[in-house]
Design a protein around this ligand. Sequence first.
Ligand SMILES: [Zn+2]
Length: 327
Amino acid sequence: MSRTYDIDINDGWARFTHGAFACTVVSDGVLELGPAHANFPTADPAEIDDLLHRNYLPTDNVRLNQNLLVVNTGSQLILFDTGVGTMPDLGVSTFGTHTGRAVRNLRAAGIDPADIDIVAITHAHPDHCWGLVDAGGKQLYPNATVMVSEADFTHWTDLGKIADAPNEHMADHYRGAHANLMPYAEAGRLVTFSDGFEVVPGITAIATPGHSPGHTVYEITSEGSTMICWGDLCHHQVLLLQRPDWRFQFDYDGPAATAQRRRIYDLVDTRRHTVFAYHFPFPGLGHLRPDGDGYTWVPSPVEPARASAPETTGSGSGSGSGSGSGC
Ligand SMILES: [Zn+2]
């Protein structure tokens, strides 16, 4: 007999340092995606059940965290992805009331959204870019420049593609990306990029197209240590690490997604890089250990005593006020 536990975390944020960078993880809440079989359509259902059972996870509801990373380089404050947001026709109405908590938790961590200098997007799916504007369409990060791959910006803001969408949820992918990205583009504060783009010194975009046309992971290096912020390269800490060849239901190009997964898994394993995983159990920080044809997730220890108080280091050389953002 066994059971799983839902462990509540007060305020939904955590702090750690990476080289000289002060980092904060902020939760946007949990996505509940329903039965595992439907989320991994190319997998053997019995093997899904077996892997989940052996790892003490339920088979009837895949639950994915949304871990937003904030990096303070000492001169700039960079937010990676935004969560699903709170727009009335999208956001929380689609993903439930356990989501849409990013801004509240940023403030709980002592971070004023107005102090964010850059919002770097891994890809333009709902749970990664729909939190750029509020329920009324107003920019939630009024002093930030949004950075997104040219391929994803071009694809997901093209409302002409709605006509070919297979269902309303996929049609919303285009509507939501357009509603969230265009206000920043029209304000002249959106930059598109391709492979190898330098976000700021020490942070570089690596093109990993597959899950979406312009999916990007970010290599974050400080004082000789590298962390890979990998967005939706991998959605599940057991299933897609142990079985990299399985397809996730929202992969745009399944074989390409698998190839990128294997490439980046090998990179972080070979070079012993740290992984920051958007959808893994909070706070999503850890390493990979080779295990058969795949990998096992090795979470970094969480030390509650060290997370007791926000830092007071100021931020922001950019247009943000930068005063006392504490991250
Ligand atoms: Zn995602």
